[in-house]
Design a protein around this ligand. Sequence first.
Ligand code: TMP
Length: 201
Amino acid sequence: MFISFEGTEGVGKSTLIEKVRVYFEQLGHEVVLTREPGGTPLAEKIRDLLLTVNSNENMCPDTELLLIYAARSQHLSQVIFPALAEGKIVLSDRFCDASFAYQVMGRGLDADKLDLLNRNFVPCLPDMTFWLDAPIELGMARARARGELDRFEQEKFDFFSRVREGYKLLHEKDTDRVIRLDATQSAENVFNQALSSLKSI
Ligand code: TMP
């Protein structure tokens, strides 16, 4: 079972993932917690490149997309596939839906570029994806309160509005897999919203 967690910045993914981890462990499952971009030492180095603000050189959107997929390939082969083969439950803080939301909708890259990468390098989608949805203002305020903003968090309101729209499109395209959670609610309430889907597993 492979479950991903998605949403714009500051919507409470980490809190929900932790609650879902405890839920599965109490049922006796082995759980692997991971994240994208990242999840392996090499992929975490790529994450640093992606998140660090470099005032000397802007990263091109194509470069960003390709770095994300380099990290994803490494993550799939070193962490996700081995864990799934051992019957573990993989909980990933983001996966390829984020590339549609951020790189295609946010950055405006051609969807064909993403399709090409997904077709060739990502043979599986998550079994279930929780999309934590909240107004952009709320998440941005939470992200700002956490401290220094990374390269993505420094983007403007319009960028995140397009990202949110991207997640909405993904949800509408596949409501069985991409489950919308109202992330304006308390952490407990958000977990309870997820619980009905988790119980169906
Ligand atoms: P995080 O803030 O959830 O840890 O994620 C790091 C950033 O990476 C987040 O701002 C979204 C971005 N990202 C993409 O732009 N495309 C992707 O495919 C992934 C996985 C993350």
